[in-house]
Design a binder for this molecule. Sequence first.
Ligand SMILES: [Zn+2]
Length: 339
Amino acid sequence: MRTSLFTEFKESTALARTDTALTGQLLRHYKTAALLPPRRGLCRSTCVALAWNIQQARVVFRQDPSLIRGVISAAPCANALAAWGDREQHWIVVTQGLMTELRDAAEMHAARLPAAFPAAFATAPGRQLLAATPLQGFDTMLGALLYFGAMSFVASHELGHHLAGHDAYFRAPAHHARWEVPHALERQADAIGVGAALLSVSKLLRRFFTATALLPSEREEQQTLIAIVFTAGVLTMAARLVPAAFDFNAAQSPNAYRMLKIAATLMRPLRSLMLLDDAGRKWIRLKCLEIVLGPPLPAQDAFHLRGMQQALHAPAFHAYMTQLDAGFRLFKDKLSESP
Ligand SMILES: [Zn+2]
């Protein structure tokens, strides 16, 4: 299983080098067409996260699953990309800069997790995660797990642009005139991203947990840890997102809105963890926001935990989400058909 993932990634990298449409986009966005082989270290662990999410997306591309492929760019900037190549190839690209930035953030946030959730990490599966041997390129297994969640969200967000037919938008810059259209499409890609990230995190964590004859209390412990790793992982990515353009309300920080949108979106897939109640899921989200945002600063009121909690229920936020829905309806007919 592992060998085939890397073999395929090697093939994708070789194929990407002959794809002139992709090369053109790499040069335009990153000023380099250089790609990294997934041989060892962080690249190898990243390749696993990308490949797991690509495999999930391929279920939709039944006719020709190999149309969806992923590569790692050697660019130093922190970025990810959905790109359309020659021969209708659907590419997702993550950069070396993003890998290292996310790895550092994941390790930093992982170090804060056990203190934020002492009961969860005192359980048998919690202690197992803390003691596990890290994946290649990481100091701790918990850091690797948060990275895996964050990178799964990135990969599946980009795959979401492909799956939802957003190429029609990206190839037609005339539609950029209305702010709510790109934001609506980003929201749709985020929703696909969080759903797939939870599946990937659950799949990875279940490898650590005892699968047989579980008591309901043990299953609840496992689901709590899955929810914590997933939420902290996705929010690790969300906390560093800065949209290229965002001006509908200059009084609000763009980061705060993007964070809020993702924090709101991730509650839906979490409902699949049936043994956690709504209050439990919201508590995990709140603690994870605290971890990724750090201690509140007076100048960052919108990021303040209490502010964030209030903002999630504020009429302005709901009006914004309603505008995004309207923006999506405006553009819906122009999207490419799903494969
Ligand atoms: Zn996007």
